[in-house]
Design a binder for this molecule. Structure first.
Ligand code: SF4
Length: 407
């Protein structure tokens, strides 16, 4: 049995938890929304303390074998592409390390060569000594491939279903292995079987009616918590942004997840899944991120770039196009070109500015995840005044509800 085999049943015969979740995302007046936000804040303080885990995406490559109609990296888009060398990946990571990041998400388009030729493994081997928390967001793999990636030092995996609405999924994925809805949907379970213990799921909001996406995402999370109980999970609700090939992107009003609905969604997940991490990325505008930070969010990206080499300019000397997946050299280049980004981010503040914003709200930015950092040689927690968990525990104990800012 897998979630792909259960999803239709989960949605047509919802569990008590899913029915509750469905009630929480029904249209709400301002007083109800404020009450939900207050409850979400209390639960977050209780389970996570006054902390926010900060991470940065590190794009390795924008080469991809899929065509997804909402993504600038699609195989047939005539964009400037590159795959960073291992030395260039290291340079990008060193830059982020210098800004304070100890938690990186390695992102790449989908291409079998990344794993079969040992590229991803070599990236992990290189970064592992300096970056204690490494996660990947790349094309889905088999269980045994996941086990190999875990052995090379990745402990987190992010895979978004994009849309849980099967007919929409089939329309938007026009070619490539990603066309297989079930293969992608069962990816978190394969990752768990392969040894990943920190798994992020989500949907790309704006592709299908948002309440359907939210219910299916909640059903998926409930299933995973039941079947993959040794792992920690996060959920994310990325909203569509202008992207290469469609910088004029305007959201479809009938599918759009508005700011108030996004807040409501965060509160519904927090109330139904109090111990699950909630991620809000730099896709969202700074004022909204600031308002959401104390109300249920536990993980934020900062200072993000969505192109390979975005932090240091690495890889600009190997830019090329692809035609039907085959490399084509540029006919002329000025030398100033950069690889094409996946999508436009909105919150362009530096890592330091985001950290200062959090401190201003009395939330501790956590740059280094606690797992390995606080374990002593015998695997038991070591006393470390600077460790995030020590602060977490103290904060959680002293948690008090805060005034809820207007969303
Ligand atoms: S969404 Fe992912 S798989 Fe699809 S084109 Fe973009 S990078 Fe490739």
């Amino acid at each position: 049995m897998s979630f792909a085999a259960e999803i239709e049943h989960s949605l047509s015969q919802p569990s008590p938890l899913l029915r509750r979740f469905g009630g929480l995302i029904e249209p709400a007046d301002p007083a109800r929304l404020e009450a939900l936000a207050r409850r979400s804040q209390q639960l977050t303080r209780h389970h996570f303390g006054r902390t926010m885990r900060l991470f940065a995406p590190l794009y390795l490559s924008n080469e991809c074998v899929n065509n997804c109609r909402y993504c600038g990296f699609s195989r047939d888009n005539p964009i400037l592409r590159t795959t960073l060398t291992i030395e260039q990946v290291e340079r990008e990571a060193r830059h982020l390390h210098g800004l304070g990041f100890r938690n990186l998400l390695l992102v790449a388009g989908e291409h079998p060569k990344f794993v079969s030729e040992g590229y991803l493994q070599a990236c992990l081997d290189t970064l592992r000594p300096t970056i204690p928390t490494l996660a990947i967001e790349v094309g889905p793999m088999e269980d045994d491939q996941y086990a190999e990636i875990v052995a090379h030092g990745a402990e987190g995996l992010v895979v978004y279903q994009e849309t849980y609405h099967r007919p929409t999924y089939e329309t938007l994925h026009t070619s490539g292995p990603k066309k297989n809805y079930d293969w992608r949907l069962d990816c978190p379970e394969r990752a768990y079987a392969g040894g990943f213990r920190r798994i992020g799921i989500g949907a790309l909001f704006g592709l299908a009616p948002w309440r359907h996406e939210a219910l299916a995402l909640a059903a998926h999370l409930e299933y995973l918590l039941r079947h993959c109980w040794k792992a920690q999970f996060t959920v994310a609700f990325p909203r569509m942004r202008p992207y290469a090939g469609n910088y004029e992107y305007q959201p479809d009003p009938s599918l759009f997840l508005g700011d108030r609905e996004l807040l409501q969604l965060i509160t519904a997940f927090r109330i139904c899944f109090p111990q699950v991490g909630i991620v809000v990325s730099t896709r969202e505008p700074a004022p909204l991120r600031d308002a959401l930070a104390p109300l249920g969010v536990t993980h934020m990206s900062a200072n993000a770039r969505t192109e390979p080499g975005g932090y240091t300019g690495a890889g600009h000397d190997d830019l090329h196009l692809t035609v039907r997946g085959r490399r084509v050299e540029l006919e002329s280049a000025s030398g100033c070109e950069r690889a094409t980004e996946q999508f436009r981010i909105d919150d362009t503040r530096s890592a330091g500015e985001v950290a200062a914003m959090l401190r201003g709200q009395r939330i501790d930015p956590v740059w280094k995840d606690w797992d390995e950092a606080i374990l002593g040689a015998d695997g038991t927690p070591a006393a470390s005044p600077g460790a995030a968990t020590a602060k977490d525990a103290k904060n959680a104990k002293n948690a008090k509800p805060e005034p809820v800012p207007a969303p």
